[in-house]
Design a protein. Sequence first.
Length: 150
Amino acid sequence: MNGPNHVVVGLAAVLITVPAVLSSPESGMLCLAAGVAGALLPDLDSGESSIRRASGTNRSAGCLGRVISAIMPGHRGIIHSPWLAAAIAAGAWYSGAPWAWALAAGWVSHIIADGGMAILGIKNGGILEYALAYGALFVAIVIRIGGDWK
């Protein structure tokens, strides 16, 4: 799944799983930002990912980019592990902080989305990927605002 769609799915996950997102504007923005970070951070091991390009640490970005690439040489390694996602969720549970839950929701959504796209054979960046991501966000918004289909 590409970076922008990970962000969309991460936002959907935060809206569904973190009630504090609507408690106050400050809490909502912090939770949404943490969810976006969680949705993008698992791709730190990809040299040309959205988060690496945005942070200026892609493979061609000098010393820091080369160091990150050396530490995490392959994409979908340890930071794509369901075990690490579970550890992050456990840390969020332990802390009890809404932003930590949002970070975990974004991270777990990334792992599930990548796995789902691979299992279903959906092309990375294809129209079906976008439809699924934005469909998930639509459903999350309807659930969070208590949508009524009448």
